[in-house]
Design a protein. Structure first.
Length: 141
């Protein structure tokens, strides 16, 4: 790395900011935070409400607010755990899964525009490297 060249993390942050600016509610059909929340639910079924909040790095109050928002959209629901009535689980609804699928397709299109300077092989290499870099990072991050 030369003194004029930014480091990999600086470039990753720049790329992240670009995606964040382009991944608007109009493009995704939902806010990016909602997308991340639904992705977490899809990746880890049978999450408790507490585990969901921890994965999302939310305090308990903000976890409830996020889940209220997702439930109001019809994308998620909380249920009492039949084995432990004190525990709530959070689950994607059928509508939530469909909304997530639409948002994922929108992100695929966004990926094409953001990474247009890279060849398909370079995109595959980038995906492989990023996958290795975040292998031990809990979802959704």
């Amino acid at each position: 790395m030369s003194p004029e060249s930014p480091g990999a993390l600086v470039l990753a942050i720049r790329l992240s900011r670009l995606v964040y600016r382009r991944a608007t509610e109009e493009v995704l059909g939902m806010r990016l935070k909602q997308f991340i929340a639904l992705s977490a639910m899809a990746q880890t079924p049978n999450l408790s409400q507490r585990q969901f909040g921890e994965q999302m790095h939310l305090d308990p109050n903000n976890t409830v607010l996020m889940l209220n928002d997702l439930e109001a959209e019809g994308w998620a629901e909380r249920r009492r755990d039949p084995l432990d009535r004190r525990r709530h689980t959070v689950e994607l609804t059928v509508t939530g899964r469909k909304a997530l699928t639409r948002a994922e397709r929108a992100l695929d299109g966004l990926e094409d525009s953001v990474l247009e300077a890279l060849s398909p092989d370079e995109r595959d290499t980038l995906r492989d490297l990023l996958t290795r870099a975040v292998a031990d990072v809990p979802a959704p991050f």
